[in-house]
Design a binder for this molecule. Structure first.
Ligand code: NAP
Length: 308
């Protein structure tokens, strides 16, 4: 029987592990296939306090993991395929075979990239369609690329991809970017980047590899084709909460609803990071909420023990 099980190995999960381990709770952290979460697919992290010259995302996550390990966090690699939260101790199933029980649970499963939803987007994913510039940018040396979206992710991906691309077009559905001023300025000043405003990608063209996109101008209704070798989709994220639907309360967008710090609708279940945050979604806020979840779990265990 575990005191604390943490699901997720991004900044929220690993910070929860550091705090829970230092509270002598011997936490078990379950990390999925993409250990380290979304930051493992970014390059420079320039806004995480304490790194004046920036740090690479994967490096930051490696450091956090080492720190959690140093204080005695146990790690298990696998996918949680079922949870039973109706009664304590809670039961978790890993890879549809192994089960384990825990007195408290910290959900830090993060969020995943949203797709446009086109048939050819799914078909050509991994063949020119991608949601991760740092993973796939290297394959597009001297090629023309499209980035879809107008937020920080889209600007960051576009700027990064100009290291490889000969030309890059950002396709955005409005005539104003959502991205922060600093990233907007950097993208606008980049000579390789051009913008197609008020436009959406209607289809992705190509037999085995991406050859172009069909674009619709939402103001004029005009449809045109743009040749490109790759399409990077950066239109936001969706919380990874499918596993918890019907067991903890979610909001209208599917994020876990927290009250009183990190508490969810189930006593003893806490949530941290992007899985419960549709507003800030920063590495530092995720880490902060991971810390809160560990402290909340520790206090919960103390209260349960006192009243037992
Ligand atoms: P986001 O801020 O939600 O932006 C998503 C963008 O995609 C928006 O421009 C949106 O258009 C567009 N979009 C959404 N659905 C679309 C669709 N179906 N078709 C076409 N376009 C669509 O998401 P994000 O850029 O991933 O950023 C998420 C959070 O992480 C934000 O809080 C951001 O600040 C943060 N972040 C920070 C950094 C950094 O600080 N370095 C880097 C990456 C992300 P509209 O503008 O019209 O809604």
């Amino acid at each position: 029987m575990h005191n604390v099980v943490i699901i997720g190995s991004g900044p929220a999960g690993l910070t929860a592990a550091i705090y829970a381990a230092r509270a002598n709770l011997s936490p078990l952290l379950i990390e999925g296939g993409q250990s380290g979460g979304q930051l493992t697919t970014t390059t420079d992290v320039e806004n995480y306090p304490g790194f004046a010259r920036g740090i690479m995302g994967p490096e930051l996550m490696k450091e956090m993991r080492t720190q959690a390990e140093r204080f005695g966090t146990e790690f298990l690699t696998g996918d949680v395929t079922a949870v039973e939260l109706a009664q304590r101790p809670f039961t978790l199933t890993i890879n549809a075979e192994q089960t384990l029980q825990t007195k408290t649970l910290i959900i830090a499963t993060g969020a995943s990239a949203i797709q446009i939803g086109l048939k050819n987007e799914a078909r050509l994913t991994g063949h020119g369609v991608s949601t991760c510039a740092t993973c796939d940018g290297f394959f597009f040396k001297n090629k023309e690329l499209i980035v879809v979206g107008g937020g920080d992710s889209a600007m960051e991906e576009a700027i990064f991809l100009t290291k490889f691309a000969s030309k890059l077009t950002v396709v955005h559905r409005r005539d104003k970017l959502r991205a922060s001023k600093v990233l907007q300025d950097r993208a606008m000043k980049n000579e390789k980047i051009t913008f197609l405003w008020n436009s959406t990608v209607e289809d992705i063209l190509g037999a085995d590899l991406v050859a172009g996109v069909r674009i619709k101008n939402l103001v004029t209704g005009k449809v045109s084709e743009v040749a490109c070798a790759g399409v990077f989709v950066a239109i936001g994220h969706r919380p990874n909460t499918a596993l918890f639907k019907g067991q903890v309360t979610l909001d209208a967008k599917g994020y876990i609803r927290t009250t009183e710090g990190s508490a969810t609708s189930v006593h003893g279940v806490f949530a941290a990071g992007d899985v419960q945050d549709s507003v800030y979604r920063q590495a530092v806020t995720a880490a902060g909420s991971g810390c809160m979840a560990a402290i909340d779990a520790e206090r919960f265990l103390e209260t349960v023990q006192r009243t037992a």
